[in-house]
Design a protein around this ligand. Structure first.
Ligand code: CIR
Length: 264
């Protein structure tokens, strides 16, 4: 049911860009070597945009050992007051989750996954009171099943979505700008798996990066700069838009949602 699960985005954690960001994984959108100082500029603008929308942002310190560690979304999934800590799906990222766990364990119940489970938080998209879990090169069935059990224990619904190998995560190509609505890039996902969605805003594959947006109350949405078709479509659907230059983050295949874990 739209609006049943209250996701106000009152607070979030992010992590500063790693000094080793030039070694971040860059396979899907990246065309140039990721640039540390340009990414820092985008990260600052990103945090400012979240704060301007009322989110209280905690910035965790950079981890030089982990080039991809600014993408905190992948390390943890919040289900009300409990946190599922990921077993990261890419070998070079294993260990990033420990520093997030240490921070969140001060306030939340922490749940670890058995070793055979693999899951990146980027494969989890919230649609109202339902958690969509992508089965991808980063998230295996064991990881999805473990998360499924924890979500169901908390009384929420789950749907699995098949992610093609040509796509990184579920959240890479779709997101939820408001209750009842999804925005989705064409050509990646099987639409039959989304028949339960009330409204789908489709954007062309040439702008697929822009399918990852951050929705706030009252139809406010943060999007990536420089995607004119997506901007126009969202305006036509009644959204008021703030945009952030995400191109240095895109070079490491990261999107808006990837830079945060929303806590409340
Ligand atoms: C990776 O390949 O793991 C990073 N370079 C990008 C992670 C993006 N995170 C996300 O989509 N949630």
């Amino acid at each position: 049911m739209p609006g049943v699960y209250d996701r106000k985005k009152n607070s979030a954690i992010t992590r500063s860009i790693s000094p080793s960001y030039s070694n971040a994984l860059s396979t899907y959108f990246g065309e140039q070597t990721p640039d540390f100082s340009m990414a820092e500029g985008s990260h600052n603008a990103y945090v400012a945009a979240l704060e301007a929308h009322g989110t209280d942002v905690t910035i965790l310190p950079p981890l030089s050992k982990y080039p991809d560690s600014c993408f905190v979304e992948d390390t943890a999934v919040m289900i009300d007051e409990k946190v599922i800590i990921s077993n990261m799906g890419h070998p070079s990222r294993i260990g990033e989750e420990v520093a997030v766990l240490e921070y969140l364990s001060k306030e939340y119940d922490i749940i670890r996954m058995p070793e055979k489970c693999k899951l990146d938080g980027g494969d989890v998209v919230f649609y109202d009171d339902c958690f969509l879990i992508g089965l991808s090169t980063r998230t295996n069935e064991e990881g999805a099943n473990f998360l499924n059990d924890e979500i169901k224990k908390s009384g929420y619904d789950v749907k699995y979505i098949k992610i093609p190998e040509s796509t990184l995560h579920l959240t890479t190509v779709c997101s939820t700008p408001r209750p009842g609505t999804m925005i989705m890039a064409e050509g990646h996902l099987n639409l039959e798996e989304f028949e339960f969605v009330e409204e789908i805003i489709k954007i062309p594959n040439s702008e697929s990066y822009a399918a990852n947006v951050l929705g706030y109350s009252n139809d406010r949405v943060i999007i990536a700069d420089d995607f004119p078709v997506t901007r126009r479509k969202l305006m036509e659907h009644g959204f008021s838009i703030t945009s952030v230059d995400m191109s240095p983050i895109m070079q490491a295949d990261g999107s808006l949602t990837c830079l945060s874990v929303f806590l409340k």
